[in-house]
Design a binder for this molecule. Sequence first.
Ligand SMILES: Nc1nc2c(ncn2[C@@H]2O[C@H](COP(=O)(O)OP(=O)(O)OP(=O)(O)O)[C@@H](O)[C@H]2O)c(=O)[nH]1
Ligand SMILES: [Mg+2]
Length: 307
Amino acid sequence: MDPSAVGGLASRLMKGDRRALSRAITLVEDEPRAAALLMRRVRRARGGAFILGVTGPPGTGKSTLVDKLVKKYREGGSKVGVVAVDPTSPITGGALLGDRVRMADLTLDDGVFIRSMASRGWSGGLSRAAARVIQLMNAAGYELIIIETVGIGQSDIEVVGVAHAVLVVLMPGIGDDVQVSKAGLMEVGDVYVVNKSDLEGADVMIVDLLSMTRGLGSRSPSVLKVSALKGEGIDGLVRVIDALRDRLRKGDRAMQLRSTKGMIMELARAAETERFLRMAEPRAESLTEKVLSGELSVEEAADRLLR
Ligand SMILES: Nc1nc2c(ncn2[C@@H]2O[C@H](COP(=O)(O)OP(=O)(O)OP(=O)(O)O)[C@@H](O)[C@H]2O)c(=O)[nH]1
Ligand SMILES: [Mg+2]
């Protein structure tokens, strides 16, 4: 995109123009230079969005649940943005978008904006792109922004570091608590949901979770049972999310800090990685020669690359 067109795009976006938002997100994904310019233009836009991260093991029903939540919040009149980050399968974009029938009524709704981001060649830049998309949605006036990501390991979970609060979606029979804590999920949740409560084993899982969350000290996340498929327990979940949203509205410092610091860290980390690659690439080859000729060990070569 022509740099001179970026300003116009930014102002249309800040007026809530959907097509401008869509174009801006594409820019973030495909044109890093123009995106950096754009992000500077929307910098002073102060949307007051509540950013909710939704994560959990694959297939626990995150997208189905998000779909239900979006509908509830639309009934309440909030403009809702959804960023579905899909680090594992770049093809389908996850159930949220794959299931066209289910989403059809939502995509026709002007107050909902859904965007999926596949991993492609992001190499660490995915979190930055997600952070930017959230800023853009915020600037465009979306009041609730949901970011869905599969939480298998630390790097996936980092994506929700930009959220004000995090909802962890589990289901019966995904294995013991070990799997949940190993993925780092016990550290991030403000709300734990056992979805698919229509299946056997939900109550056992609730008991397990309650005992795990009791060990978390001052942090006391909520634990809820829902069935996204049957629409059971969704109102209760909405109440819990509303309470979190209220805390932000009243100026909860910890929430503000968490999300803003998360944004800054993701943006800086991506920039730092880029800078390192630019700096290291030309020197890596001669250092490699030195390792191959026996002059340096790989450890020594890596140390020198950092200097
Ligand atoms: N029985 C039952 N099935 C459900 C429920 N919620 C979702 N499912 C099913 O579980 C499967 C996975 O649902 P998704 O919403 O795609 O799960 P996800 O967590 O978004 O999946 P990934 O994004 O791929 O990790 C689908 O077949 C859903 O229909 C539920 O409450 N009960
Ligand atoms: Mg999904």
